[in-house]
Design a protein around this ligand. Structure first.
Ligand code: 5GP
Ligand code: MG
Length: 175
């Protein structure tokens, strides 16, 4: 990865693994008897969700939504679009949203509000990475993996114009 120009490792796979393990034990403690509905926000969370649920040894269900607040490139549009909505009723369910990164907070703030309006029994947020320096709307993250600096991250599910999602490490692109 370091061999490609402009791409540097921020968190190597081993550090991501221990963060995922820690999150899994916190989530197990809180959800082992609740049959939660885990909702991954596509596309960025696919790799994190896949690794996380392999560490969860209790009954649960998995759903995906596709939201989009970014156009192309690295700039947020400030607006959230539901590109693909939920196909499972959340009413009365314990919903746990699984997100790759909370940046401005606009995407998850929108979606957590949506879950409340749909009358989930509870709704919490698990984010692999948190970039607090960029926050524009307040967001409560119930389970945080790694706090990251204000850099544009790629890898481990995160993209830049759909590239780099397959990298096993969390990397940043040098400007
Ligand atoms: P927010 O709404 O919090 O600004 O960001 C929502 C989405 O923007 C994230 O789920 C993610 O898809 C994308 N995003 C934010 N920061 C980054 C970043 O550093 N790298 C990549 N690849 N995507 C990001
Ligand atoms: Mg995302």
């Amino acid at each position: 990865m370091d061999s490609q120009a402009g791409l540097h490792i921020l968190y190597p796979r081993a550090e991501i693994d221990s963060a995922v393990k820690r999150l899994a034990s916190e989530i197990t403690r809180d959800y082992h008897d609740k049959n939660p509905l885990l909702i991954g926000i596509l596309k960025g969370s696919f790799m994190f969700l896949a690794d996380l649920v392999r560490q969860l040894d209790f009954p649960l269900e998995i759903e995906f939504v596709r939201l989009s607040s970014y156009g192309s490139g690295q700039q947020t549009s400030g607006k959230v679009k539901v590109v693909q909505g939920l196909r499972t009723a959340v009413r009365g369910r314990h919903a746990l949203v699984v997100e790759d990164i909370v940046d401005t907070g606009i995407t998850v703030a929108f979606f957590m509000d949506y879950l409340k309006r749909k009358k989930a029994a509870s709704s919490r947020l698990c984010a692999l990475t948190d970039k607090p320096s960029r926050r524009r709307v307040p967001v409560e993250i119930d389970y945080t993996g790694l706090t990251v600096p204000d850099k544009f991250l790629v890898g481990y599910g995160l993209d830049c114009d759909e590239m780099y999602r397959n990298l096993p490490d969390i990397c940043y692109l040098e400007e």
